[in-house]
Structure formats: C-alpha cells, structure tokens
Design a protein around this ligand. Sequence first.
Ligand SMILES: [Zn+2]
Length: 177
Amino acid sequence: MELIPKDIPVEFLQILPEGIKLVSRHGHPYLVMDRVEDARGNSLMDDAVHIHGEPSVKLKVKVGHTEGYIFVDAYWGSHAKLYNFIPDFSEGKTVEAFSPVNGSSLMVPWKCPIDGCDETHGIELRLPGGQNTIIVCGKLGCPGHHINVAHVAEGVSESLSNINYFGEGEDELFSAI
Ligand SMILES: [Zn+2]
C-alpha cells in the first residue's frame, strides 16, 4: 500500500483542529487522525495495531451475521483496514459500527456523496471537544467521508473531504490478529 501525497488546503492547516495532526513522510505532508472518540469522549485509537506506522482507529462492527473488530488507517483519506474476523458480505457491505469501549452505536443518518453509492448511514467519529466530527460511509469499501469542522469555510471542508489516497479500490482484506 503506497501513500500518494495530495495537496492539503492551506486554510485547514492554519486551523488544524485538535485530534488531527500533520505528519511528514518521505518529505510529503499528510493529515493523520490523532484522536477520535465515541459520543461519550472515549478514545477509539488503538495503540496495539498500527497501520502505516500510526495507531489505528478501532471499531466494533456487525456485517450481516458476523461481527468483530476492524482497524482503520488513521491517515486521512486512506481506506486501508484490517479485520480480526471474516466478514459476511453476502447481504451487502453495509456495516453497523459501535464503540469498542462501551458498545454504543456510532451510526448516524447521512447521504453518501459518492456516485453510485446509495448508503444512508454513516459512522461518526468525534474529534476532541465534541464540536468537530468525521463521518465515514457505512458501506465498506466506499471512499465517501466528510469532515465537519466548526469555523472553517464549506469550500475548505469540501476539498478536504475529497482527499482520497486510494480512490475507490477494494479494501485490503485479511485478518490482522
Ligand atoms: Zn458511500
């Protein structure tokens, strides 16, 4: 999996919200989720499973009749994931995600902006303070995601949300642990 550098809006870097950090890799800047939380403020970061050298975001998920944990790449716009179970995609790729800390639902209503995706549920990750949120499409493999940051112009939020490192490719599907 190779990370391809993308332009990050300067306006966003000036107001970089808590929970997102800027890292440099091979001389290129990337945004990385540093701390995302469930609705109660519990951290979802997992220090035991690293992807691209950074702690991953750990989610408890149900897919069809199967359930387990997924570990999501904290690099903004990357869709790399690891699974600790074999997900059953026979009824579709929509997941239900929960906090691994207390089992509370992370699902919120949303309209996926990606052409050809009709998903109506997203996974909400909160940044510290509870004001700023990241919503990821509830359909695994869909690159749809959006960041809602207070006091940032909608255009900046849009261009940021459109950063996808791996396009609409397939998930990396294998068992992690
Ligand atoms: Zn989608």
